[in-house]
Ligand binder design. Structure first.
Ligand code: FEO
Ligand code: CA
Ligand code: CA
Ligand code: CA
Length: 626
């Protein structure tokens, strides 16, 4: 594969190019069932008989609604197709931090609208392609930990054809533009801004020293020439969604790590590598300049990525920890809740077509003030199995259930999930847990291969259950209630909170569920977070062509949904080209921080390069929102 052909691809397209999957065509019977919109809607917004079995707190099926303004406190906005941000009347926004903005005063003039950021300043500025983020407080200081998922090589290396790096220094610059930023922010009287030179400011890049915890730490699978003990990996990469532990640390989630590795010599990929899309040439030519990324030199290096990594943003000298007990896959985010008995539960999605949804449950319990040792290194990994009757179960991934060693289960979690028959999903993106009741939501962003092709491991992807539409362009949000209202339970009831769709184009399942209208339609739900009032904020990363199947949807957007009524209202529209991803609030909840990734045009400066940025959004009357 020629890297020049991959530089403009989405990570999803890159997967398909690297590993084309066999065509299948035996799903027609189930498709007939799935595309009957009326026939399906019994499963939307109505926990079925399974929920009745589990008793408490069954949601109503009403989609009738209070007026949007009464529920949400704003008048929903229309679509946009321009290169600007729009928010409802009564709200304002402005950039908080842009790609290339200085974290330290020595880098204050580092960014150039023509050349980007020079290599020697590239670890002293805010990285590119902002994604998940969380807010922390330390001694009155407000800190943000923010992911920078990947780089656009053409933007960062405008002098090189197709942005392909030609020197080790250029590779170093690209590496530094990714990873995690910890930055202090403050309202300095004229709105929220970065506190330049704060002692908390820190960049964590592809080269930052880390440690590993859990059963796969130190195993043969993670040993390399540079680290024969397998305990000291370098760097975190493709940091997508985020999570926050109950004890106040940051969880960064390593998603499309596979694309960074390549080989300089002919070599056949193993079955495990193929399942993870590892092989061929890397997207950024790292392997040509850094042997760590060369599979023919360091075949175990990819095993040291694809984890949930814990960072303490309040201690700039702390060493990040990769937690192998939470499994290795294309981690989207990590939503931590607690079981009724105090055990720690982490919900996680694996964002690739036909991959799985996971849950980790600790062996130990925790309460505020107690030690956290072992909570993310000693526990059991489960994978979700959905049944068509709107029940489901978490299947434990253990040597007994899989026939694999615990090290293999954790490093090759996808293969373990296949062994127990997990449900192949429509690309699980963020999972968000309701703050006031035992209920969680997962955005299934889309899956053009649903009912058409297997996943990368050859598992079939039949239409049905929470993945009810063949060639699913629009996506849906599945939610579940654990049995007995206990996130530690092995069983759950599920329904679909929303099926995105286009009611102007389709009068069938592709028209979406009843809570999708011409006035609020969207595609490809991705980022999600609950505000403290129990409303679900939904961010999209989809087709913003506003044409054909997507006519009337406009640019990517952020909406808010009421879990009780199903009502969904559009709150924000992004510049064309961008996805909206990452959402957190100030401690007083008067200001929201929203991530705008890969914008087009000249946003936000109005000239020069487009700059991925975090924006602040607030109410003009200064009231709490979120
Ligand atoms: Fe980085 Fe699945 O989004
Ligand atoms: Ca995402
Ligand atoms: Ca996405
Ligand atoms: Ca993205």
């Amino acid at each position: 594969m020629d890297i020049k052909s991959t530089v403009d691809l989405s990570w999803d397209e890159f997967d398909e190019l690297r590993q084309p999957r066999a065509e299948q065509s035996d799903f027609d019977a189930v498709v007939d069932r799935a595309i009957s919109r009326r026939g399906f809607l019994g499963g939307v917004l109505a926990f079925g008989s399974g929920a009745a079995v589990f008793g408490s707190g069954v949601l109503g099926s009403a989609t009738s609604a209070r007026a949007a303004s009464a529920v949400f406190g704003f008048e929903p906005i229309g679509i946009a197709t321009d290169f600007d941000i729009h928010v409802p009347a009564g709200y304002e926004w402005r950039p908080l931090v842009r790609w290339g903005d200085a974290l330290f005063s020595e880098a204050e003039n580092a960014y150039s609208a023509v050349d980007g950021v020079p290599a020697d300043m590239s670890d002293k500025v805010f990285g590119e392609n902002t994604d998940g983020m969380e807010t922390f407080e330390k001694d009155g200081h407000v800190l943000l930990a923010i992911n920078s998922e990947y780089v656009n090589p053409k933007i960062n290396l405008p002098a090189e054809a197709e942005g392909v790096p030609q020197t080790a220094e250029q590779v170093q610059m690209l590496k530094n533009m990714q990873g995690v930023t910890v930055v202090e922010v403050a309202d300095q009287g004229d709105g929220w801004r970065v506190v330049v030179d704060s002692p908390f400011n820190r960049r964590i890049t592809h080269d930052t020293p880390m440690t590993m915890s859990g059963p796969a730490a130190g195993s043969d699978l993670v040993k390399t020439n540079a680290d024969p003990a397998g305990m000291s990996p370098l760097g975190t990469m493709n940091n997508c969604g985020s999570g926050k532990t109950l004890w106040g640390t940051y969880l960064t989630c390593e998603e499309n790590f596979n694309g960074y590795f390549g080989t300089t010599q002919e070599r056949e990929a193993t079955a495990e590598e193929k399942r993870y899309g590892i092989g061929g040439e890397g997207r950024y030519a790292y392997e040509k300049f850094d042997p760590r990324y060369d599979l023919s030199v360091e075949p175990n290096e990819p095993h040291r990525h694809g984890w949930i990594t814990e960072i303490d943003p309040t201690d700039p000298n702390s060493t990040p920890v990769k937690h192998t007990a939470l499994g290795r896959f294309k981690h989207e985010n990590a939503e931590m809740v607690q079981a009724a008995d105090g055990r720690i539960v982490v919900y996680m999605g694996d964002d690739e077509r036909g991959e799985f949804m996971y849950k980790y449950v600790s062996n130990g319990t925790w309460a505020p003030g107690q030690p956290t040792e072992g909570l993310l290194s000693d526990g059991t990994l489960y994978v979700a199995k959905f049944h068509d009757d709107q029940t489901g179960e978490w299947l434990a991934l253990t040597p007994e259930t899989t026939g694999m060693s615990i090290e293999d289960i954790l490093v090759f979690s996808r293969l373990a999930g296949s062994k127990v028959g997990a449900t192949t999903m429509d690309r699980p993106e963020w999972i968000a847990a309701h703050p006031h009741r035992a209920e969680a939501y997962c955005a299934l962003t889309n899956n053009k291969n649903r009912g058409v092709k297997t996943n990368a491991g050859g598992d079939e992807t039949p239409v049905g259950g929470p993945n009810p539409r063949e060639t699913n362009r629009y996506g849906q949000i599945v939610r579940w209630k654990p049995e007995g209202g206990d996130h530690g339970a092995a069983k759950f009831a599920w329904d679909l909170y929303v099926m995105a769709g286009n009611p102007d184009v389709y009068d069938n399942a592709y028209g979406g569920s009843d809570n999708v209208t011409a006035g609020n339609m969207f595609n490809s739900p991705d980022g999600m977070a609950f505000s403290s009032d129990g409303l679900l904020w939904i961010q999209t990363d989809g087709d913003d062509s506003n044409e054909g199947d997507f006519a009337g949807m406009g640019n990517n957007q952020m909406l808010v949904g009421d879990p009780d009524t199903g009502e969904i209202a559009r709150f924000l529209t992004a510049p064309n080209g961008a996805e909206v991803t990452g959402l957190t609030w100030t401690p007083d909840r008067k200001v929201a921080f929203v991530g705008i990734q890969h914008p087009g045009g000249h946003w936000p400066d109005g000239e020069g390069k487009p700059r991925s940025s975090v924006i602040a959004v607030w109410r003009q009357d200064g009231a709490v929102f979120g």
